[in-house]
Design a protein around this ligand. Sequence first.
Ligand code: IMP
Ligand code: MG
Length: 332
Amino acid sequence: MIEYADIVADLSWGDTGKGKVTSALVKQGEYDFVCRWAGGNNAGHTVFVDGKKYKTHLIPSGVFHGVTSVIGPGCVVHENSLTAELRYLEKNGFDISKVRVSPRAHIVSRLHIDEDIERLADKLGTTSKGIAPCYADKMARKGTLAKDVLPYWMMWDEKLYGKVLCEGAQGFYLDVDQGNYPYVTSSTTLPYGACSLGFPPQKIRRIYGTCKAYDTRSGVDPMFPDELLNDPELLKIADKGQEYGVTTGRRRKVNWLNLDLLIKAINISGATDIIVNKVDILIGTGTYKLFHDGALKSFENYKLFRQYIACFLKTSDNHVNEIIFSKHPEII
Ligand code: IMP
Ligand code: MG
């Protein structure tokens, strides 16, 4: 029986430290499963373990701590990339024997990738990993299932029990329904999507919502105009924060935190615990600004910036219990 499910979900455009938060929660030793419910290797997770940096795309961050790590039925899997990631983790001394793939996950083919590169990559700034064409085939009910392609030992028996941690991919504003369509990804990034792993919403205990002290966007989006790349203060943050895509190597556009959008994401996703990551980067640049009520506000110091955010997030909706401001790449 499932005792409870906790969920880690991004409240912005991805790249806000879900991997870090997942790894830190798993390290506390509570969970029986860590599961991904959506996306494929379009995701890029940077996780520090004992001070060393690792980069993953598809395999849930439970793998860093020997916990059963499930790639769920809502995910899409490119076989060679999965194999390469397993080898990379094994080479670095991690136990990959507990990585499992849902037999109902869908397989990304060479044709999917070619179509993505030819038709979508330039226009929408996709990661070129074949994600949209693969989900299109899934929805048209002509996709290829993992159980027909991947080795038997990798198959998940579709059983969940005990304490489950669900690790999101991408972010709230990349969700196919809630995002700025068509500048979105092709899956459900909102935490309710985790139920597609096979548990009812009543089992959800906590929803950890992640964001950063500033916003970033990798890929095309009219909400992040090119002018952002000419702003010296924002460029400084981008450099200090190493805001380059883990999957694509592209420079991410940086903007000041949009508190209006963050509050909307919290309210709709149901996040109970908010983790504001990369606070150390803003402290490093000494610039504290955010958008609220449609206007740009500046703060003299970190304390005032933090107080302002905490005040509005606490009162934004009564399901927020805790707000954590994190200054460390490994610890929350
Ligand atoms: P796709 O998921 O490759 O189709 O890309 C669609 C959009 O989502 C593009 O703007 C990508 O840059 C963005 N995207 C997809 N995955 C991630 C991610 O893990 N982090 C940040 N952006 C992403
Ligand atoms: Mg990422």
